[in-house]
Design a protein around this ligand. Structure first.
Ligand code: BES
Ligand code: ZN
Ligand code: ZN
Length: 505
């Protein structure tokens, strides 16, 4: 895919081109079209077409020009922006299929966020994961000519931002889709090191099994010791506070409205189970292959911080990736075993398949040690969340109303849906153990119990949100702009959250 933004009001007519006219809800927008002659033709065709929703994308010939009529109001339950994303996604897919070399999009009257949504939609159509196919096929390269008029400069800046965001989304999706035998904890570490090396301003610290054990990060040791692949914990750090008010933040700067340096330190903690067999409490075979996605939280955290640093957002952000493989071996943790977590609390492993919360106890402790003011943890944590909210909505828990509201609003701006769940104290007692302080299973309310368990490890006076992305990180059938596999869910909302927090005060 290629993007070409032109400052003209209309596009030059050319045989190799097609034209895309966007329909937004009932009103027709983005359709200041073609040449004068073409315009009258289009008007008459528009009159002839009954108002949407259309069955499918219409592809008509007007005045000798191939024209896509893109219906942006089709799927139920999507926001207006997400309709635009979907419309752009369908347009790009169709253009690729029809091998149209160039499509002109008339976007002179599109708002910034509408343009951004359209760009994301085009990018989603271009994603494919064929690393394991014997024959790899390049996508047909379509050039999208954006007819931008006097919006050209603003659109160019947005295009650069979206390119960075989509690069991060692709990184997360590729990591998540990679087989577990190829992406084990040490392999993830190598990828993270490469990213840190090539991303200015991003530093990395890695702890291996020996260091984790020495420092008392026993959640990782407990979960990872049954595997031939040793566990690791990665801490990536970025300090964008020097990019605030007055100083140049480079071409991506969004700092112009920031009045003083934000003192916030956002730490993103990601569950990174490169594979989850369930351990000795073995999972059923049917649901096991998709456990290659059990490191989605860590992949999303890595991708988000890469983009945040590249965009030079004016805030301090760190990412902690909690990497282990939950496997069966002669050293595997046994049900009933008790270990001491980093914050001193003792935990009985009631079920070896509830392993994510154990590594996250270390990640939350690390967030406290590096001075988090705000923590967002992301984890494919519970099957209960999949059953509760499915693949379209992420359930999250928070101890801070302000952060919770930010999560929902930032999600909405990125077409990622969040639903606030209760940290219901009535279920807290179910986590108590007879011998240890806690056990890793609780009440029948599985997703809530997992969140209550995590809360035991949140450092004091820290705003915290836990996103259970078990349903939204990976889909087993086509959904919106994603085929089978990783969706990249969360990358955009995390970037948006950092953007929002950086604009503080
Ligand atoms: N990784 C799974 C959760 C999961 C399930 C993610 C389905 C994606 C899709 C997690 O480690 C797990 O197995 N959780 C258990 C916890 C239970 C044993 C308390 C679950 O949800 O069944
Ligand atoms: Zn598990
Ligand atoms: Zn798991």
């Amino acid at each position: 895919m290629k993007l070409n933004i032109i400052a003209a009001e209309t596009a030059k007519v050319n045989d190799n081109k097609a034209y895309a006219l966007f329909f937004v809800k009932e009103s027709i927008q983005f359709s200041k079209v073609l040449s004068a002659k073409g315009e009258s033709q289009v008007e008459s065709v528009l009159k002839g077409i009954k108002e949407g929703p259309f069955e499918d994308l219409e592809f008509l010939e007007i005045d000798g020009c191939n024209t896509f009529f893109v219906d942006a109001a089709k799927e139920r339950g999507l926001s207006a922006l997400d309709h635009l994303r979907m419309a752009a996604y369908r347009l790009a897919q169709k253009a690729m299929k029809r091998q149209v070399p160039c499509v002109s999009l008339f976007l002179v009257d599109a708002a910034d966020e509408q343009f951004k949504a359209i760009l994301h939609g085009l990018y989603y159509a271009d994603y494919k994961f064929d690393a394991y196919k014997s024959k790899q096929k390049e996508n047909f390269q379509v050039t999208f000519e954006i007819v931008a008029g006097d919006r050209a400069a603003a659109f160019k800046k947005i295009t650069e931002e979206v390119a960075v965001e989509q690069k991060a989304i692709t990184l997360a999706r590729n990591l998540i889709n990679t087989s577990a035998s190829d992406l084990y904890p040490a392999a993830f570490v190598e990828d993270a090191k490469t990213i840190a090396k090539y991303t200015p301003g991003l530093s990395i610290k890695v702890r291996n099994m020996k260091q984790l054990e020495k420092e008392g990060f026993m959640g990782h040791v407990t979960v990872g010791k049954g595997s031939s692949h040793e566990p690791h914990m990665i801490t990536l750090s970025y300090d964008g506070t020097k990019f605030t008010a007055g100083k140049s933040a480079g071409k991506f700067s969004s700092a112009k409205s920031a009045k003083r340096t934000s003192r916030d330190h956002l730490v993103i903690v990601g569950k990174g189970l490169t594979f989850d067999t369930g351990g000795l409490c073995l999972k059923p075979a049917k649901s096991m292959p998709e456990m290659i996605s059990d490191m989605s939280g860590a992949a999303t955290a890595l991708a988000a911080i890469q983009a945040i640093a590249t965009l030079k957002l004016p805030i301090r952000v760190s990412a902690v990736c909690c990497l282990a493989e939950n496997a069966i071996g002669n050293k595997s943790v046994l049900p009933g075993d008790i270990f001491k977590a980093k914050n001193g609390k003792t935990v009985m492993v009631d079920n070896t398949d509830a392993e994510g919360r154990l590594v996250l106890s270390d990640g939350l402790a690390e967030a406290g040690l590096i001075g988090a003011t705000h923590i967002v943890d992301l984890a494919t944590l519970t099957g209960a969340m999949v059953r509760a909210l499915g693949y379209a909505v992420t359930g999250f828990f928070s101890n801070d109303d302000d952060l919770a509201l930010k999560v929902i609003n930032c999600g909405e701006a990125c077409c990622e849906k969040f639903w606030s769940m209760p940290l219901e104290e009535e279920y807290a007692d179910a986590l108590k153990d007879k011998f240890a302080d806690l056990k890793n299973t609780g009440s029948d309310a599985g997703a809530i119990s997992a969140a209550l368990f995590l809360q035991e490890f949140v450092p004091e006076n820290t705003a915290w949100a836990h996103w259970d992305i078990a349903g939204t990180a990976f889909v087993t059938k086509k959904w919106k702009y994603t085929e089978y596999g990783a969706t990249g869910f969360g990358v955009q909302t995390l970037i948006e959250l950092a953007r929002e927090m950086g604009q503080s005060e």
